[in-house]
Ligand binder design. Structure first.
Ligand code: SF4
Ligand SMILES: [Zn+2]
Length: 480
């Protein structure tokens, strides 16, 4: 288990932090994310000291909506200072957000306070984009405004590197749905165990397992059996138990998956047996990200827009620090347990790692024969390797989707800028050849194109028809 949100720097833990950490490991909680608050000097210093002492404690940087702060410029300075000193331990910007539980504020000042909170929230979201970090979002009594702000943020040009709605407390599944659509994870804490919280438990049941995180928010919000007492990271097991019970999922499975989710969100690369950005689930399919390398350099690539490199898809950061081995892929894929298909896709060309791809496909078929295997490719593998790769995929790939993207070679070279070094190979003809070969060896073959200006979709559809394969229209900037 990982406690994805706690506050270990608080004075509540001053006397027995060592014991707290010992109890964590005794109870199978390997790591924790202890929130770093930039609002008070002594608190952030203490957090940095803790993360320096203990390898399994990560931290974040941010100003809570209710915390006092000097001004935005000062936050920016503090952020830069602590980030440059502790980059390797800092995994997110947070907790930030909106908190309209403002009973102590006189009525006439309410709007002003809310406006300031929104300004602070947006400012810190921009910091997250600039540092390519995910965000940990705190929302209380402010879902409507928070959804508006996050909608804009999750589509922003500077990049959205994922995030989590921490201590989710709404019983309305429509609210959770809004965040899920944007690509956020949802995290539950101790209040899910409270006797009267049936509504929240029902909401948790509806959250897809691959989007769940668990947390304690300690020292606050102790679970039911310790209610009113100090909370601590080892109690995150009670949150896991409550959700597993509610969902009817084996505890061990949900444990593995919530750890995988946390590893994916925060790109944690030192949690033994777990690998960030290798596999991610959308609906009934697990997508596999074998490499960030490409045969092409497409002008429309979501990876390279506006001169920046940006590797996020639906809230997942797919920038690989290291290309995964077949064993690492298999272990990542089977962290998920309710899927029907695997798809070699990601932000890179999977066939550039053809041996690993084949090994994974064979293993998946061996482990779970009913799982379908799909490949999304640029169709240039034969040109790259100088041999018939389509034939090698027989029996291990059930369907292939090949991006043709253009009605002729000139437009293809313009749009996709193939980087194949052999001058004698015409990329476009090689793809057409690959489509024909795929038809011989692979059951379902489709050709795809993106609705970009200059692309004659009807013409490409006809090419697909004449080759006897299906056609799929893709939309610009809609990956995965
Ligand atoms: S093939 Fe895909 S990932 Fe590679 S450059 Fe083109 S659009 Fe980007
Ligand atoms: Zn908190």
């Amino acid at each position: 288990m990982i406690d994805s949100h706690c506050h270990l720097e608080m004075t509540d833990f001053d006397n027995d932090l060592k014991d707290i950490l010992k109890r964590m490991s005794e109870n199978g909680v390997t790591h924790a994310v202890s929130i770093g608050s930039l609002a008070q000097n002594e608190r952030i210093e203490k957090t940095m000291e803790i993360t320096g002492l203990y390898d399994n404690i990560y931290t974040t940087l941010g100003v809570h909506p209710k915390s006092p702060y000097k001004d935005l410029e000062n936050i920016s300075e503090l952020f830069s200072r602590y980030y440059s000193l502790n980059k390797k331990n800092i995994v997110a910007v947070g907790e930030i957000g909106l908190d309209y539980f403002l009973s102590d504020i006189p009525k006439e000042k309410l709007e002003n306070v809310k406006t300031k909170q929104k300004e602070l929230f947006k400012f810190q979201l921009r910091l997250a984009s600039a540092k390519k970090l995910p965000v940990i979002v705190h929302i209380r009594d402010a879902y409507e405004d928070a959804i508006d702000i996050l909608k804009e943020y999750s589509r922003n040009e500077d990049g959205f590197f994922g995030g989590v709605i921490h201590c989710f407390s709404s019983a309305e599944s429509a609210i959770a749905e809004e965040f899920l659509k944007m690509g956020f994870f949802i995290s539950f804490s101790g209040n899910i165990t409270y006797k009267k919280n049936d509504g929240l438990r029902n909401a948790a049941k509806e959250i897809p397992d691959e989007k769940l995180l668990i947390e304690t928010d300690s020292p606050y919000l102790a679970p039911q059996s310790f209610r009113g007492k100090r909370n601590e990271p080892s109690y995150v097991r009670f949150i896991l138990d409550a959700i597993a019970g509610e969902k009817g999922v084996e505890r061990k499975k949900l444990d593995g998956l919530t750890v995988q989710n946390t590893v994916n969100l925060f790109s944690l690369d030192d949690v033994s047996g777990f690998y960030p950005g290798v596999a991610y689930k959308i609906r009934n399919s697990v997508y596999i990200n074998l490499t960030n390398k490409c045969t092409n350099r497409c002008s429309f690539c979501p990876k390279y827009q506006g001169g920046k490199s940006y590797f996020c898809v639906k809230g997942y950061n797919l920038e690989l620090k290291k290309e995964p081995s077949a064993a690492e892929v298999i272990s990542s894929v089977f962290r998920y347990y309710n899927f029907k298909e695997i798809v070699f896709c990601g932000l890179g060309e999977p066939t550039l790692r053809i041996e690993t791809l084949k090994e994974v496909a064979v293993s998946v078929k061996k482990i779970a024969g009913e799982i379908k295997v799909r490949l999304d490719t640029d169709g240039l593998a034969n040109a790259v390797y100088g041999r018939n790769i389509a034939a090698e995929l027989q029996g291990i790939i059930d369907s292939v989707s090949i991006s043709l993207n253009a009605q002729n070679s000139t437009l293809y070279n313009d749009l996709c800028a193939p980087q194949i070094k052999t001058k004698s190979v015409d990329a476009y003809s090689s793809i057409i050849e690959f489509i024909k070969e795929s038809r011989k060896y692979i059951k379902n073959v489709a050709v795809s194109a993106i609705d970009l200006p200059g692309v004659d979709i009807v013409y490409i559809e006809n090419i697909a028809k004449s080759l006897g394969v299906d056609f799929k229209l893709r939309h610009y900037n809609d990956v995965g």
